[in-house]
Design a protein around this ligand. Structure first.
Ligand code: BYC
Length: 329
């Protein structure tokens, strides 16, 4: 669907670059076609900058908000080893946010502005983190399958065009692959455990499947930004491409464990070579990403608290000689 001819002929795309110097634009696009990396001080169309800020910022927010559902299980993780591993994973996710905020800052938006936009509800973050992790099995399913989905997306996009973003993605993918192994180990442990453990992991999987299908973004027919992002090699596959890759890699693994998925239409279509599935509920997706999911308010409230309670620390770090002390309460 997103073949080059279709993209080059698109009138909508041409409008986005109507104000650009045609010579500079042509040189920029030739660099992208040649596989060059674009660096912060290079010339770039205003729309490329705007799209990158939007996407990297949302990605960074997803990492810090994403640490919350799993983070609630650190104190309750079964056993000291799992507690240590989960703590390390959550710490990694926050570290990913740091890398991504730094990458977005190279495009001219300050970290402070990005965090303000997050807590004011002006910026989006991944739909999946607006659902609760009700049991230990939910945290296992998140670590296995959300991290797996993230790797599918980020490994592809780490071959993209913007230097600071792709370098951050390479590092993030390396860490995510440890998370995936950790999550898989936890799911296998539960799926091969007692009937109660098996039931718990099956229920978690059933709960998480619809948000996971949403995770890759709306179907290509509904996606707003894919076309321009693929033209400039920021996204290296469409939302449906990424969803298909994920299904190909992980549905067989899920079925091998004897677990089931809550979609009677899910099957590999031998003719098309693609997975057939029931169209995800895009109305629910829209509600959740626009602030009306089960946990949106709670997630943002935690971020606001972190922002307020950590302000004195940031001020103390930024003003070396100041006399800032921790508030008493
Ligand atoms: N959730 O035109 P479209 C992690 C929005 S964290 C929320 O297809 P695009 C982890 C989209 O923003 C990794 N919103 O958009 C962390 C747009 O709205 P706006 C998270 C979504 O950008 C901790 C509208 O829908 N991964 O793994 O072409 C613990 C139309 O969509 C979502 C990333 O952030 C969504 N799922 O494609 C464990 C990857 N999908 O902005 C794990 C980087 C779409 O016009 N991002 N929207 O208001 C991307 O690859 C792309 O932005 C997406 C969407 C594929 C997500």
């Amino acid at each position: 669907m997103y073949g080059n001819t279709y993209i080059e002929n698109s009138e909508k795309q041409n409008k986005l670059t109507a104000n650009e110097d045609p010579k500079k634009l042509a040189e920029f696009e030739a660099r992208i076609a040649a596989g060059d990396k674009i660096e912060p001080h290079d010339w770039m169309p205003a729309e490329y900058r705007k799209q990158l800020v939007r996407m990297i910022e949302q990605h960074a927010h997803s990492e810090i908000i994403g640490s919350l559902p799993e983070g609630t299980w650190i104190t309750r993780a079964p056993g000291f080893r799992r507690k240590l591993a989960l703590m390390a994973k959550v710490q990694d996710e926050v570290g990913h946010a740091q890398l991504l905020y730094s990458a977005a800052e190279t495009l001219g938006k300050s970290r402070e502005d990005m965090l303000n936009d997050l807590i004011k509800g002006n910026s989006k973050y991944s739909n999946v983190f607006n659902y609760p992790a009700l049991t230990w099995a939910d945290s296992a399913v998140i670590a296995w399958l959300i991290d797996a989905g993230a790797i599918v997306n980020q490994l592809a996009n780490s071959k993209g065009s913007y230097g600071p973003y792709v370098r951050a993605l390479e590092r993030i993918c390396a860490e995510e692959s440890f998370h995936l192994k950790y999550g898989h180990d936890n799911v296998v442990f539960l799926a091969t455990g007692t009937p109660k453990q098996r039931e718990m992991v099956q229920e978690a999987l059933t709960r998480w499947w619809p948000p996971i299908m949403h995770f890759f973004g709306p179907s290509d027919k509904l996606s707003v930004h894919t076309e321009v992002l693929m033209r400039w090699k920021v996204k290296m596959g469409s939302n449906d491409d990424m969803r298909q890759t994920f299904l190909d890699m992980y549905v067989p693994k899920i079925w091998d464990l004897g677990l089931t998925l809550p979609d009677p239409n899910l099957k590999k279509n031998e003719e098309t070579g693609k997975w057939d599935y029931t169209e995800p509920d895009w109305d629910e997706f829209k509600r959740v990403i626009n602030g009306d999911g089960p946990c949106n308010k709670e997630r943002l409230a935690v971020r606001r608290m972190a922002e307020e309670k950590g302000r004195w620390v940031r001020q103390a770090i930024l003003k070396k000689d100041s006399q800032y002390v921790a508030p008493l309460s």
